[in-house]
Design a protein around this ligand. Structure first.
Ligand code: 5GP
Ligand code: ZN
Length: 115
């Protein structure tokens, strides 16, 4: 199900163009518009769910498997030294877009990222 007012629904389903690095039936993985570090990517499910509480359990599992696949491939491509996987729920936790997403944030020695 899509939410007509949700920007990540539109991006995930290709209605708004994005820098896509991976796509399958369930997900689109894009580069973040305001990257914390070089190669900061977001996993977006194509089906709308606001957060961890409302996302389908099986889909949440698939998202984590995909996070493993993407970070394992990209660490060698980017030459990063580590990875943060971040997923915010609720305004006080830093969530600004209320469509479930996972941040994949490559870390480099001395990158000084706030994450
Ligand atoms: P949150 O703060 O909700 O966990 O993360 C939202 C993320 O989405 C932020 O890192 C922000 O830079 C990114 N973002 C917001 N709008 C857009 C957009 O239209 N396109 C892309 N690629 N990233 C976006
Ligand atoms: Zn949505």
């Amino acid at each position: 199900m899509r939410d007509e007012n949700c920007i990540f629904c539109k991006i995930a389903n290709g209605e708004i163009p994005s820098a896509t690095i991976y796509e399958d039936d369930d997900f689109r993985v894009i580069l973040d518009l305001g990257p914390a570090t070089k190669g900061h990517a977001l996993i977006l499910p194509k089906e709308h769910a606001a957060d961890i509480y409302s996302i389908d359990e099986e889909l949440a599992g698939k998202a984590f498997k995909l996070a493993k696949k993407i970070t394992t491939r990209l660490k060698d491509v980017l030459g990063c030294d580590g990875y943060n996987i971040v997923q915010n729920n609720g305004e006080v936790a830093g969530q600004t877009v209320f469509h479930f997403h996972m941040h994949l944030i490559p870390r480099y020695k001395n990158d000084k990222s706030g994450f």
